[in-house]
Design a protein around this ligand. Sequence first.
Ligand code: ADP
Length: 719
Amino acid sequence: MNLKNSKFYKRIQELRHLSKEKIRKDREQRSRVTRIIDMALSERRPNPASDEERVSSPTSKIPFTQKSLPSPCCRSKRIKSKKKAHQSDGDYRPKAGQAAACSSVKLATSETDTKHEGFIQLNQKCFRVACIRRQDAALVQEEERSISDSKSTICVSNSRYAMIGKISKALGYKLVKESKLWNILWSDSFPGVELFKNMKRFQQINHFPGMIEICRKDLLSRNLNRMQKFYPHDYKIFPKTWMLPADYGDAMNYALNHRRTFILKPDSGAQGRGIWLTNDLKTIGPHERLICQTYVHRPLLIDGYKFDLRVYTLVTSVDPLRIFVYNEGLARFATNKYVEPTPGNANDLYMHLTNYSVNKRNSQYEMCDNDDCGSKRKLSAINNWMRRHNYNVEEFWSNVDDVIIKTVLSAWPVLKHNYHACFPGHDKIQACFEILGFDILVDWKLKPYILEVNHSPSFHTNEQVDREVKRPLIRDTLTLVSTVLADKKQIMREDRKRVKQRLLKSKGETLQRPRLLSGTSRVEASPNPNAGATGDPEIDSLAQQIAWEESHMGNFRRIMPPPDPAKINYYSRFYGQTNQVSIFAETAASKKREDLARKMRIQIEEKKAKQMQMLNGRPKREARVKRLSTMLPRAVREKNRIHLYRLQEHWTPGFISEAEERLRHTWLQMRTEAIRNMKIAENVFSTLYETGNLTNTDMVVYPHLYHNVQNGHDIKVTA
Ligand code: ADP
């Protein structure tokens, strides 16, 4: 038999070939890493002539020089990118908006210098960050190079929109599965806390933990109502809202004094489901869970139709808070001409609701390629319409920005708290970014109202107008997020080193914390503008990210921190709100609890006052009443007390949780069981009998025990 023809021999040959291939690849990889490190080291060599950094407060500019701040665009993968540049034109090049943004950055200074500017806003202080880089022609080319050469990976398997994957690919991202070490995870739904906690320092996800605080109707109204209590004049940015059943009484009260139409929505609904109009709140049951809102009955109309605006907003960081608004968006029109609500037309959803999902079912729904017609139009078309009708468009958008900022600020304490809790070690780049879809309704006076915030706005592209708006939006978002600033390999190397160090460290030694400063301490430490001068890598990374964002805005505009320095002070006051992190705050149950707690406080205070009186000598009559009342049997006294209490306080039982009741019942049973097993009643009875303290009631209530002890049985002993 010829051995060479055997299966076994062929397999051995195959394996040898594979292992050779693997060794070759490993060797290549190693030499590439060495080259990259060399490049990185040469880049990081301090060069005061070329790299200059400044961080300054709004009032005084305090310059400092950093050891090095590599340009965000200049990653250590230069060798590869140069090779690629020669290869093909298939790479994505920043188009329209982005190119404009990049060129504007360049125009700001001389041809060879580029100045990246940005703000770091840490709590209530804002610092300007400036990064001036002298660039030669080659570097300018490098700068123009998009992120296509960075080997960033993205996982879009949790998104139903094919467009995200396509655009990411065009931008040079590699699509990977969730199990791989992705740079970006794009998911349509909020991921679980576990995923947030397991994220590496180079990873980013398209949701912030806690953003639900403004993305669910009930939580949004709770937050906005709370803010309105603190800042009544500033927070007139939403229609009056009540959460039923907790605010049932308040809503009814309002309805009695005002003749208004109300719109009722399910507390966590979407796409216009379950919404109806009414001007009679009595038709609502007192236990229904709903959001009740005053209806904006005089909206701005275009061609006689009601519409609302979908404003796409990108949050790239919550601490410091950085918000960008996309200059293009959508206006969604109702499909029946608008008439103020009457009992006859209140059911006409095509007249009163502007949701696409509702109106697409109407035969009047219009698809149009022209900017000035159709049931879905671009924001730029609306702006043109406003200009034609002599509205002040700039002022209007400044008001919309104000609404967006205030809405996000209403959840800021939760966002900040959750972010620092989930990502204590994320010091290189921000761990999250999020595109939010703000639904804004405009009234006839051009006043914008926030209706809703969507954490996963639809990226369906059924119509041309969708494609024209959403594609550039995704592209500009992926360009703006700063994944490219984090060197995956280097971070992984650092992490491995840390783990090794931790393992090798003896027990007594203190461990180095992975993050240099935790969220809060960072905020406290940073108001000193010299913080950067200490070479704090976390602040440096932030400055780097800000510089990157400022130079890669595409068609976004930054609204937070606001470009107008006067507004920085104005918004800083809203950071000081009380932190109500609890999700149970202001629910019906919590209100009852608060109410009871208040009453108990009053009772305790009264009791204390009485005790004080007693110590200082009580009036005679009061003492007599007290003496008389103590003479009454305890059960009667208790009954009287409760009766009086209910009469005085109009007390009604609060919310009773079924689960709590079951638990209480189980405990009661366990207690009864224990009393029976330990023969506590028998012990007490026997002791009372022996000491001669047994009363007639005891004999009547426990006849069997009495009978046993009378007959000389030891009732304490188990039978
Ligand atoms: P959903 O999440 O179900 O879409 P929204 O709160 O966005 O619920 O409301 C759906 C539509 O109802 C909006 O697009 C808007 O046209 C209309 N609408 C909602 N609230 C009001 C209001 N207070 N005044 C007038 N119209 C409203």
